[in-house]
Design a protein around this ligand. Structure first.
Ligand SMILES: Cc1ncc(COP(=O)(O)O)c(C=O)c1O
Length: 397
């Protein structure tokens, strides 16, 4: 009997084995949501959606002309609203026609990789990464090249990136604010990175593109400033999703934005549209595109997320955990009190507190918490964190 699965897909299942274990065979996978529990595992909503999302979808679901639900690539009203939002937040003069609407950041990344990467081209990604980067690079025949961050500052390790740049490097994926570290890369890092990429491109005569995953660029704490790599490096593609800002990741809309500084953006823009068609019409549904100007104006309450971050950092630290304090995003990284983070998360899961093992994001020995959990869930989780830590400590004495 021949194997029913394509070899390509078999490769991915190896690459994302820890993710598959977590979503298919863990206490989280088998959770019973009818029982009291705390879900801090992933950036999913744990409360009712923003009423403004419902209003926008209801309002824009009513057709205003016969083409309302026709095949829709890039609706100009949506492109203009997205570009205006970016101009204000990012401080780059994005033009409406350089916004390419996609089914959120996942598809923005898939389209960008399909547009730029040839088989055997190398794509640098930063570890700890978002769990799907490596698989998505493989999916276009690219060669993933892993570069670790500086483990102390959580900043990019620029010397390691420089060493990883080769004549085959086609792109680098940079995620800021970063999932899972919560780090916003500072201007000095981005300036040096841009210099490295410019020099690498000049050496080979082939542009190295920066895929700037800015999924969380509106989830920023403590009044900090966000620095978009597109301000520093001309050949950057900005990838964005509304799924985080609206905390509605099942409503799939986002975009690729090409900055005005990008020399080949007309040609690349056309190639992006072709890639979206080749991928099976990878454009957002017409309804979401009509609603985008209203959605652009909405956001979850960031101060509530920040308050949950502060509470978790303070209380877990008081229990003896070592906790990072994120500058943005939904996530906190906590050091597990035993080396085997998956075993520790299993014990938390048995007490119906669900968190993500660090192994899934290439940070073994840690676990990740999401502040999208409700306050009630955090009330439920805190005594469990204290008890399971104490049990683990006693067991290792
Ligand atoms: C860093 C990062 N990039 C991309 C995505 C994908 O976002 P979406 O599902 O909204 O496309 C996520 C979602 O978890 C993420 O954390």
């Amino acid at each position: 009997m021949t194997n029913p699965i394509a070899r390509r897909i078999q490769t991915y299942t190896t690459t994302i084995a820890p993710v598959l274990r977590f979503v298919m065979d863990s206490p989280y996978a088998h959770r019973d949501v009818s029982q009291p529990h705390a879900d801090l595992a992933v950036g999913n909503p744990q409360e009712m959606p923003l009423p403004g999302i419902v209003d926008a979808l209801e309002r824009w679901a009513v057709p205003q002309h016969k083409d309302w639900f026709a095949y829709t690539m890039n609706l100009p009203t949506a492109q203009e609203a997205a570009a205006a939002g970016l101009r204000e937040r990012v401080g780059v003069a994005f033009a409406a026609e350089d916004i390419h609407l996609t089914n959120a950041a996942f598809v923005a990344l898939a389209v960008a990789l399909n547009t730029l990467v040839d088989p055997s081209d190398e794509v640098i990604f930063i570890s700890p990464p978002w769990f799907f980067y490596e698989m998505m690079i493989q999916s276009v025949g690219g060669v993933p090249v892993r570069v670790r961050i500086d483990p102390h500052s959580f900043d990019l390790d620029l010397a390691a990136i420089e060493a990883a740049l080769s004549p085959r490097t086609r792109a680098i994926i940079v995620n800021t604010p970063n999932n899972p570290t919560g780090k916003i890369y500072p201007p000095s890092t981005l300036t040096t990175l841009a210099g490295l990429l410019d020099r690498a491109s000049a050496r080979t005569g082939r542009t190295v593109y920066l895929l700037s995953d800015e999924s969380y660029h509106r989830i920023i704490f403590d009044g900090r400033e966000f620095h978009s790599p597109t301000r520093y490096y001309a050949n950057s593609l900005l990838l964005y999703t509304y799924g985080k800002t609206l905390l509605a990741p099942g409503q799939r809309i986002g975009y690729i934005a090409l900055p005005p500084s990008m020399p080949d953006r007309a040609e690349i823009g056309q190639a992006i549209t072709a890639a979206q068609m080749a991928l099976g019409w990878a454009f957002p549904n017409a309804l979401l595109q009509h609603a985008l100007p209203d959605l652009e104006a909405l956001s979850i309450d960031i101060s509530r997320l920040q308050a949950r971050r502060d509470r978790l950092v303070a209380e877990l630290t008081a229990m003896g955990y070592e906790v990072t304090r994120p500058e943005g995003t939904f996530y906190l990284m906590v050091r597990a009190p035993i080396a085997d983070d998956e075993a520790f998360c299993q014990r938390l899961g048995e007490a119906r507190v669900y968190v993500l093992p660090g192994t899934v994001v290439e940070m073994p020995g840690y676990f990740r918490l999401s502040v999208t959990a409700s306050d009630d869930m955090i009330d439920f989780a805190l005594p469990v964190f204290a008890r399971v830590r104490e049990e683990a400590r006693q067991a290792t004495l």
